[in-house]
Design a protein around this ligand. Sequence first.
Ligand SMILES: C[S@@+](CC[C@H](N)C(=O)[O-])C[C@H]1O[C@@H](n2cnc3c(N)ncnc32)[C@H](O)[C@@H]1O
Length: 451
Amino acid sequence: MTRPPSADTLVWVGYCRAGFERDLARELVDRLGGEVIEATENAGYVRVCAATNEVRFRVAVQDLTFARQLILTREAAVQLISNDRVTPIVDALQAFMVLHGIDHVVDCRVEYPDTNDGKALSRAAKAIEPRLRERLAANHQLVGHAKFRAMVFLTPDKQARIGLADLHLSANDPLGIPRFRMPPDAPSRSTLKLAEAIHVFLGSGQDEAMQPDMRAVDLGAAPGGWTWQLMQRGLRVTAVDNGALKGDLVDNAMVKHLRTDGFRYAPTVPVDWLVCDMVEQPARIATLVAKWLANGWARYAIFNLKLPMKKRHEEVARCREIIGEAMEEAGKSYILQLKQLYHDREEITGFVMLPNRKARFAHHLAAHHLAASDEARRVGRPAPTGRKTGGDHARVAASAFSASPNTTLNTSSPSASVAAKKPALNLSSTLPRAAASPWSAKPLPKQKKRR
Ligand SMILES: C[S@@+](CC[C@H](N)C(=O)[O-])C[C@H]1O[C@@H](n2cnc3c(N)ncnc32)[C@H](O)[C@@H]1O
């Protein structure tokens, strides 16, 4: 900081995997134009102030590769030294809500960093949370339709950061960590990685995006955790790996195992899904995924990028560029998100899709950007405008997408605007589960043989 922050300076607290504080701090500074206040290695969180207090609720956790959760706080912390820990928290929260003109919250959470030191605070958090909830309820400040959640973030130095999380722009899961049970029949623990990716990237649209009888290719499939996830959802999978598949996947009618090189394999007919978990240089994987989508071999992809290097931020930017350039060259609209999931260690997971008029679940991805634009109007700045075709929402969402560094929505074709036209739907209740894949019929032209 060039000057110390005042007690009222707005400060973002971002949670991350321990060891990734510098990466998250850098992302937040890029996004907010502010400065790092705290980014201690292995703390499991960072604190960054924005360049101006105007940004308020304009940044979404979905926009950031390395953030699990994002809450807005002020610099002044509550010291947890007296026996009554709840009253000072309630007082600070009331003051913060007044500052932002917020009368109600949907609920409250008391959280802590996902580190050994942080977990030692879980008992205190469990004790404080219900009492805070009681006090908010007694003040008639808890309402189901509120847009914010009250957040208290405890740190090992016995301080509590009091804040708010916009429901559209923050993670819903406690600590920003979705929990999954390890399915006993799955061949490997990495099955949880794909389960989490589907939950995070597709949300309520997963029944639409992954339908029974769709086709998928899994590159680097062995021993089969990802293939198993796809098969559980009724997809037919070509599993490409020289290694052996395990368990239920062996001699399974839903799975075709090909012992070949994932970089050389090309499908004979287009498939719906490409998933890829090969251990390789990230740029090579990004190039391969981009080729599949640009060639029309698949229209959705989930892929893992291993990041053992020091310059992770640069590597992520490079992969984003590789995919962006390939898609632009092919004249395809696309949505791209890169995220370090809870089950990712020194790696991140990517999702890319080609939206079309039928892909209604793209609204899930657009929703938080629409909310961000609403906030822009509320604080008196003009909402961004873009293409002249499509409705108001389409224009706002399209330009918000392209302005966001993590979620890229390329709008070179009208279909992208159409995809972002309406707010999120609960697709699981509106769509038939077993629609036939529109992508499985048309054969691809033969690929030229490599010399
Ligand atoms: C991390 S493991 C995949 C785990 C798998 N996703 C699961 O859920 O069980 C990486 C796999 O990629 C495979 N692999 C690496 N390079 C490959 C290549 N060029 N072609 C095919 N498979 C490859 C390895 O044999 C290994 O089985």
